[in-house]
Design a protein around this ligand. Structure first.
Ligand code: KBG
Length: 572
């Protein structure tokens, strides 16, 4: 039953002063049964599950970002340009990521003499300018400075690394979904994301695909026989029309063929979900959402029967914080965990290059390459794919290790070395679960400010402020993890100058969990095991924030599995 709203209806829903310029009914928004905010893989999991299980239902998906590819939410690395030159993709990611919380910088310039304007002396002699988008409430030491969001249709899945390891049992201790069910959900999530763990190993004829991948993997298998060295399970599939290239999974992969929904799925981009409003007849139901069309800067009010917020581990609690509903959510934004990230790059040892030269299986390919490029000093064809190897989390080594080549927002090799001999090591450490680690949205601590008074982010949503600290136990684990990374690095080669072992800035793993965690208890979790927000009958949340555990492994597979635990029909 589609809803049609009159202006009077809308006023009824607006119980409190509302920061909308005008709230008009708009027929583009009032015919959906389910409104989903966020178009990443988790939003798409909800969309697909709902559409496949409810034949007459219509879904309206909204994203704050623009649709930047012809195919909804496609991975940008599928362009041949980046398959030929992975380093160039660094710039795409840099351009996509927008930092979450940036403390104001000290802008006093001691050498600015003459008559230029200078900031007035502030408290304690501190002079800072509040730039648009900076956060005066952010305490530097508690920040996740590198934490960032990607505002585009498809979200971070437009540039993610696609790593989908299955977490160790220790990484699932708090997950409330029963064991057996969980295994089925993981299986389903692997299908939705099109996960494979053999796309860099052997082709259908049994021949090695990537020389570099195989030499790195075999070296580690030999040197670390007890570490269960293996290929990273990746959301990727090798292209049949050109096996030099692959297709990385994006949000489109999860949604699948759009045509089969026959117009029941619609997407509107550059739409901000500003606020959830309660149903005037029932304070524990969302009665509608206020949206801002960012293109026209106008506000519309939209209603549906069910609402799903999948705007990332910071965006989802931010939307859920701006609500006029009759429930408290004491766990919202709390129990935040982010991974530590140790990183280095090495140049492969001479003996590994010799092993490549002397390998019988690769001989023909190498000879062909040398025939075409006699001056190339390396026996590695230019089209040879990067290594994609991992060492999984164990109780003794509670971290996740990726030994691969992955230009992210950092880690491009540039002219420093031949990219073919460089291998990246990224080790991800978990963080002790503590309630006090949190992201908050309204102004300075003690008195959460109202929507009007609070600082806003550049998109006009409440500014996120992090209060996150690593415990002593975290530090001890991080130290052990760093040593382990250096040991593994030393098996493979020499450090690439400029990429010596280092911890990356907090937040750079982009794997925040816990902020909308699922669980049975409404005091320590935000949503029930089916991701339905406690106390609100028609609101669901999704994304890494729903993960109640601390993990070293990449979280996307787990988030997708959790969001598929939606009851077949969430609309009754
Ligand atoms: O290597 C990737 C990793 O797989 C991931 O999931 C994270 O978000 O980013 C890393 C690069 O910094």
């Amino acid at each position: 039953m589609p809803f049609r709203l009159t202006s009077d209806d809308i006023l009824k829903y607006m119980r409190q002063p509302f920061p909308c310029q005008s709230v008009e009914p708009d027929e583009n928004y009032d015919e959906a049964d389910v409104i989903i905010a966020g178009s990443g893989p988790v939003g798409m999991t909800f969309a697909r599950t709902i559409l496949e299980n409810n034949q007459d239902v219509k879904v309206l998906m909204l994203d704050i970002g623009s649709q930047d590819s012809a195919v909804i939410g496609e991975h940008h690395k599928n362009s041949i340009k980046y398959q030929k030159d992975i380093d160039a993709f660094v710039n795409v990611i840099k351009g996509a990521l927008q930092p979450v919380s940036v403390p104001p910088a000290d802008t006093y310039i001691p050498t600015l003499l003459g008559n230029g304007w200078t900031p007035p002396l502030g408290n304690n002699g501190q002079s800072t300018l509040i730039f648009h988008g900076s956060n005066p409430s952010q305490i530097r030491e508690k920040n996740l400075k590198a934490s960032a969001v990607t505002r585009t249709v498809g979200g971070m899945a437009t540039h993610w690394t696609c790593a989908c390891p299955t977490p160790h049992d220790e990484e699932l201790k708090t997950n409330p979904i029963p064991d057996l069910e969980r295994q089925t959900l993981y299986e389903q999530a692997r299908k939705l994301l099109n996960v494979h763990n053999d796309q860099y190993d052997k082709n259908d004829n049994g021949d090695d695909i990537s020389i570099r991948h195989n030499v790195v993997k075999n070296t580690l298998l030999k040197e670390l026989p007890k570490r269960n060295v293996q290929s990273i399970p990746l959301a990727v599939e090798r292209r049949r029309d050109n096996p030099n290239y692959v297709t990385w999974s994006g949000a489109n992969t999860v949604l699948g063929d759009l045509a089969r929904f026959k117009g029941r799925f619609r997407l509107r981009d550059e739409m901000r979900v500003t606020r959830l409003s309660s149903d005037p007849e029932c304070a524990t139901e969302v009665g509608g959402v206020c949206l801002r069309n960012l293109k026209t800067n106008s506000d519309v009010f939209a209603r549906a029967r069910a609402y799903v917020i999948t705007c990332g581990a910071v965006g989802t609690p931010s939307v859920a914080a701006v609500r006029n509903l009759g429930v408290q959510l004491p766990a919202l934004g709390h129990y935040l965990c982010e991974q530590s990230l140790a990183f280095c790059q090495i140049v492969m040892k001479q003996e590994m290059i010799d092993r490549i030269s002397n390998n019988d299986e690769w001989k023909t390919r190498i000879e062909e390459h040398m025939g075409r490029h006699p001056q190339d000093p390396l026996p590695i064809p230019f089209a040879d794919n990067e290594p994609q190897v991992m060492i999984p989390y164990t109780s003794d080594t509670p971290w996740h290790c990726q030994i691969h080549r992955d230009a992210f927002s950092y880690g491009d090799v540039g002219p420093r070395a031949d990219s073919r001999v460089v291998v990246d090591l990224r080790f991800f450490g978990k963080q002790e679960i503590q309630k006090k680690n949190r992201v908050i949205f309204f102004g300075p601590e003690k008195s959460p400010l109202s929507w009007k008074a609070g600082v806003k982010d550049t998109y006009g949503m409440p500014q996120a402020t992090f209060e996150v600290e690593r415990s002593q136990q975290d530090r001890i684990n991080d130290q052990r993890m760093m040593k382990d990374m250096c040991d593994v690095a030393n098996i493979l080669g020499a450090y690439l100058p400029g990429s010596y072992p280092q911890f990356m800035e907090p937040g750079l793993a982009l794997h925040i969990t816990g902020t909308t965690r699922i669980g049975e208890d409404d005091q320590t979790s935000v949503a029930n095991p089916s991701s339905q927000v406690h106390g609100i009958n028609n609101l669901w949340v999704g994304g890494n924030g729903c993960i109640p555990d601390t993990m070293g492994s990449n979280p996307t597979l787990t988030s997708v599995s959790i969001s598929s635990f939606l009851p077949a029909c969430c609309l009754h």
